[in-house]
Write a protein that binds this ligand. Structure first.
Ligand code: SF4
Ligand SMILES: [Zn+2]
Ligand SMILES: [Zn+2]
Length: 315
């Protein structure tokens, strides 16, 4: 397979675009497409400060690198969830991020929030004590990550929070929400979520139109050493089953995932879910942490840690 632009050996063939590219042209293509999506969805400008949530996986590290190469003002945030104990999943993730930074001459800053150190419990323990996640701590984890990302963005004066979600992630979430007709969730799934209240950062997904194999190929070409393993709690997640189904459809009909996602975005833009978005209750600041919440005068995050503390002291 030859590069469509220069005729050298191609490193990737993107069947949905009928486009094969060599190493150099592929890196240029990823950068140009990322820039295009940032503009098209009005994600952020070069005057704004971006905080990218990094996990040690390929997508978030690749995103950080592309944004740095494109000269955006972008720092990283890693939330140490304490999964797997010493030298376990969380420690290995942080190791990959530090290694990534050490190998790149950049002034970018990495914020590390250690959950156990700052709040007194790992994600596994918090889920066990609150009994919100008996088998898996994922719902507790999602709640905590959202809160901490927003807190660091607000305290650090960042305008935007970026995550490395790719097309496979977005299509799988969309598939799940459509299967269950979760209209409220569908209304809030987008490449850009504007700050819905004072004190909340805008959320963006600049990689939302890249397939997982495309971000993996980019990481490989650029020598980004990332953590291949998924979080141990991801095993058996319904999103993984949806990804398998969608990838099978993509294999038979290249472009399926992109069509599914872009068709949804068009419908969303045309107002298909507008009513659902308006039914959200009004946001007010939490009396404990000040972050806007729809859950009355105390946000779900503060309530969670109150329960963790109470259960721990009664044990
Ligand atoms: S799979 Fe792991 S990182 Fe993802 S939400 Fe669940 S506990 Fe958190
Ligand atoms: Zn080429
Ligand atoms: Zn709170």
């Amino acid at each position: 397979m030859r590069c469509k632009k220069c005729g050298r050996a191609a490193v990737i063939n993107m069947r949905q675009y009928k486009l094969a590219l060599c190493e150099t042209h592929y890196v240029g293509w990823i950068q140009a497409q990322t820039e295009r999506y940032i503009h098209e969805y009005q994600m952020f400008s070069r005057d704004e400060r971006v905080l990218v949530a990094v996990s040690g996986g390929k997508d978030s590290l690749a995103l950080w690198e592309v944004l740095l190469d494109l000269q955006y003002q972008v720092d990283g945030l890693y939330i140490d969830l304490g999964i797997g104990g010493d030298a376990g999943y969380s420690d290995q993730s942080l190791g990959k991020i530090r290694q990534f930074l050490a190998g790149r001459p950049t002034a970018a800053r990495l914020h590390v929030i250690d959950l156990e150190e700052e709040y007194g419990a790992t994600i596994t323990e918090a889920a066990r004590l609150t009994r919100r996640g008996k088998a898996k701590p994922c719902s507790v984890c999602g709640l905590i990550k959202r809160h901490v990302m927003n807190r660091v963005a607000r305290q650090g004066g960042y305008d935007v929070l970026a995550t490395g979600h790719n097309l496979d992630d977005e299509a799988a979430v969309l598939f799940g929400n459509t299967m269950q007709w979760q209209i409220g969730y569908l209304a809030r799934q987008a490449p850009v979520l504007p700050a819905s209240a004072e004190g909340l950062a805008r959320k963006v997904k600049p990689f939302c139109r890249f397939h997982e194999r495309e971000t993996a190929a980019y990481a490989l070409v650029r020598g980004i050493d990332y953590l291949y393993e998924e979080c141990p709690y991801a095993v058996g997640a319904s999103s993984i089953r949806y990804k398998i189904v969608l990838s099978e459809m993509e294999r038979n009909s290249p472009g399926t995932k992109l069509q599914f996602y872009l068709g949804f975005l068009r419908a969303r833009k045309a107002g298909a879910f507008e009513g659902a978005a308006e039914t959200r209750p009004e946001m007010r600041p939490c009396r404990m942490c000040g972050q806007p919440t729809t859950a009355g005068d105390q946000c779900a995050f503060c309530r969670l840690w109150e329960t963790v503390d109470a259960r721990r002291s009664s044990q």
